[in-house]
Design a protein around this ligand. Sequence first.
Ligand SMILES: Nc1ncnc2c1ncn2[C@@H]1O[C@H](COP(=O)(O)OP(=O)(O)OP(=O)(O)O)[C@@H](O)[C@H]1O
Length: 611
Amino acid sequence: MDFLKSKGWILIRTLGKLCKVIYPMGRIYFISTVCFFAVLAVLPIVQLYMTKLLVDQIALIIQEGSDQLRHGFELLSLQLLLFIATPALTEISGLLRLRWLQTINFSFEREVTEKAMRVPLLAYETPAFYDQLQRATAGLGSKSVSVLEQLLTIFRNSLTLVGYAIVLFSWHWLLFVCMLAFVIPTLLAHWRMGRSKFAQTIYQTPSYRSMHYLQHTMRSREASKELRIFGHGRYLLAVWKQIYWKTAKEQFNLEQKFTKIKLAAETVSHTGSILLIGSFMWVGSRGVMTIGTYVSLYQAVASSQSLLQQMAGSIGNLYEDTLLVHDVFLLLDAGEEADEQAVRDTDRYSFSHCLQTEQLSFCYPSRSADTLKDISFSIQKGEKVAIVGENGAGKSTFVKCLLGLYPATSGRILIDGEPLAGDRAVQWRKQTSAVFQDFVHYHLTVKENIGISRADQLKDEEKIAAAAAAAGASEMIERLPDQYDALLGTPFVGGLELSGGLWQKIALSRAFFRDSDFIVLDEPTAALDPMAEAELLGKFMDIVEQKTAIIVTHRLGCCMHVDRIVVLKDGQIVEEGGHAALLEKNGEYARMFHAQAQWYNDKSNVTVSAT
Ligand SMILES: Nc1ncnc2c1ncn2[C@@H]1O[C@H](COP(=O)(O)OP(=O)(O)OP(=O)(O)O)[C@@H](O)[C@H]1O
């Protein structure tokens, strides 16, 4: 908000930057659009001159008779040409402009999307980032285009105005100066309105996000079941309605306030123009002016007044839109993780020894207390470790730190003794693979769902089939009508919906498809049936044989297969060791294990006693 204070400077800088960014996006369109605008700017002046010639010629024909007719028809032919040329040029320039604007829109949409994929993951933990992203999504392309259109309109109107100014100057210099003075109140009104509207957009962004969220929830497939069972649609609708009318009222009030100011300003401007035209009538009454001159002066005053009003509006809109574009440029200039493209495959770093953390602490930006506290941990290349602990212990957060997705708030994460940051973090991620708890259901084909973890190998059908087999998904895929080409997800025509467990198998296949040294599986069997879980865990060690693997799980049965178990509690490691050793220790792990085992035993007891 600081930049609201230094408004003029921001405006100039942002416009300069916008032109610099936009020019390379379509040089030909840029130059041709400017040329067309220049020609279209001159045409009204030519028309004004033509009107004067025609009116004077008609007066001559009335006075002198048919001798003057021939020249009159010549002038009419020119007038016809002008009538045809003006709309033709307008249409052609409109088409050119459309193509140019499409190019700009595409480039900016792509930039914002790429930016969203490149910012550090931690940005997604701050509401300010979502606000900025929402504004950018709501239209960097269209706002930039609007800025350009305003600029071009101002440029075209200025050129036309120069023509009118010459006509007015030719009579008296004071005429044009008066015209300029009359429009100053309107200009100030639009300028202030532009600034206020921008401030309102910034202020209302969180409300807009809330509205979008509520609308999405009420219309989404995910929430549709609960909405019908719990019937809370009316409640959500009422919340949405309250926010909608609050923001709408604020906008209406602002518009109402400025409508009054604009009307007052325009009244001043129109009164001034009428006074000027009245003065022409007075001069005309003294016989100093031809009828043609009177008509052209009248037209020059009326048209330049309308142009100046339009320009005042355009300047106000330009101001508002430029501030919004500046806000989006702030997002585009925000810090990024090291550039994935720049960290080339040839720079690929090979994990050879050990991943470790030294007194690692991590705090989410929205929280005051550390989620991970002072964790010192290491995993050797090839080792398989299970991380267990109660809900909220910090398991998922910890593995995200190990994957280089979150940076340490204090302490260090080291890969083969080197800190995990910058290029090294990007290089490290190229060697990692993961299945997160909230893995994505891509509404793409089965093949794409599996192969996008190595998009460059998407055509390797054998490898895709092998990854599916490793995750126990082959049989299910082969039963689908189009097998690996089947489209998943019902939102699109022909899409198939899978069960939760089958989606999880697809997510596992995706993780296995990626050639990675390090793999993290966060609750990989949560949605699997007992048979599928047993099958996956049975061959898990074979699948990850060559890899370093971490499995986060609440199903403690699978801990028997790993080399080491780490128990997290309140963001700290409280126990570490093998299954047997931890049971013998009779601590946190043993307590959790027995709680689960007892449940199975109790059930089996019930079954036994019942039979
Ligand atoms: N994005 C976030 N922003 C703020 N706090 C978060 C965020 N994600 C998780 N937390 C908090 O961090 C703590 C640890 O969460 P985490 O998901 O790492 O636990 P977990 O051990 O994986 O839990 P579970 O077994 O339920 O999956 C919790 O108190 C949680 O509320």
